[in-house]
Design a protein around this ligand. Structure first.
Ligand code: NDP
Length: 309
């Protein structure tokens, strides 16, 4: 079996070691410009168009991450009819759950305000927020959205969720579709974004939608920066409708040094680390899927290229 590999910004040696471990009989090579030799599978992260263009003989393309927005931008360069398969969880879900739980609790327990009091050497207890006023709304109820819900479930916050199709999730009030979005936002105090970036979800949270959140709402974005109109978020924070945000993703990454988010104290910034790909877990998952495909079985995580996720 021949496999081609290309991952932008990654150390190929460590990835190849992991793949060799789980696919000992495969002939895996790093793809380079001009390599048109046959291949059965491609393992990719943000590949150049030339790697995949015309490769209709591939049995599948494996995206080395959960988000497929970057690879779908290749458009016509993606070979028609070749399944594109993304990584499901593979160790990212627990990281997402930790990150979101931390952001929610930091806001709920007023730790930022206590940091300010400490800076002024003030010993003062602030009134506690009430859990019943702290509904957490999760935009995106897929693999990672469900891991976030599992991480929050025992904390006792009211949980709301929004997805494209109708869902029933124990302990979560579920909304769906465009028609369900406003009712979901109206009840949400902490908004967690874990949607894929598609035509429908780009700029979804603009000033009109952000203004529908409860007064004093808080935003946690662990999905993609382009879901939020950044200047609208900033102005709603400055107007006081939104209390603050914890943001892991941005329209432009790295976040430019002149970006106003850096100097807004109510915004916490991390450099796209809320869930890092766990190499070994991902390589194991992909190897199992390749074995299943070789046996003629179906696998989960096949991207619907029309829907965009
Ligand atoms: P899934 O595909 O499993 O879930 C996507 C969810 O979003 C589904 O519930 C889907 O609804 C919902 N959705 C999609 N489009 C719409 C829409 N137009 N309206 C309403 N709901 C919609 O994805 P994952 O949970 O695995 O990952 C989500 C995203 O997280 C990734 O695409 C990636 O961009 C991001 N990510 C970020 C990382 C980081 O480090 N910051 C790391 C990993 C991923 P339905 O269930 O009805 O289809």
């Amino acid at each position: 079996m021949n496999i081609i590999y290309y991952a932008a910004g990654a150390n190929p040696e460590v990835w190849l070691n992991a793949f060799h471990h789980y696919l000992p009989d495969a002939n895996i090579r790093i793809w380079e410009e001009g390599d048109n030799a046959p291949a059965d599978y491609a393992l990719v992260w943000k590949p150049p168009a030339a790697m995949l263009r015309g490769r209709n003989d591939l049995k599948a393309i494996f995206n080395l991450g959960a988000g497929v927005d970057a690879i779908l931008q290749l458009g016509d360069a993606l070979p028609q009819g070749v399944p594109l398969i993304r990584v499901d969880d593979a160790g990212m879900g627990v990281q997402m759950a930790e990150y979101v739980s931390h952001a929610v609790l930091r806001h709920f327990r007023r730790f930022d305000e206590y940091d300010s009091l400490q800076a002024d050497k003030q010993w003062r207890a602030l009134p506690q927020h009430q859990k019943e006023d702290f509904s957490i709304g999760i935009l995106g109820l897929g693999v990672l959205g469900n891991c976030i819900i599992d991480g929050l479930r025992s904390s006792g916050f009211p949980l709301l969720g929004w997805s494209r199709s109708a869902k029933q999730i124990a302990g979560v009030e579920c909304f769906h579709g465009e028609e369900g979005l406003d009712a979901f936002l109206n009840q949400t105090k902490v908004l967690v974004l874990i949607l894929p970036l598609t035509k429908e979800t780009e700029n979804l949270m603009d000033k009109t939608k952000l203004a529908k959140l409860k007064q004093g709402a808080y935003i946690v974005n662990v999905a993609r920066g382009a879901h939020i109109v950044e200047e609208d978020l900033l102005s709603l924070i400055q107007q006081g409708h939104i209390a603050g945000a914890t943001l892991d993703v941005f329209r432009e990454e790295p976040l430019p040094s002149a970006h106003p988010f850096w100097s807004e104290k109510r915004i916490h910034i991390t450099p796209h680390i809320s869930a890092l790909t766990v190499r070994d877990e991902s390589a194991k998952q992909i190897a199992h899927k390749i074995a299943a495909l070789q046996r003629g079985e179906s696998v989960v995580g096949v991207v619907d290229q029309i829907k965009g996720y």
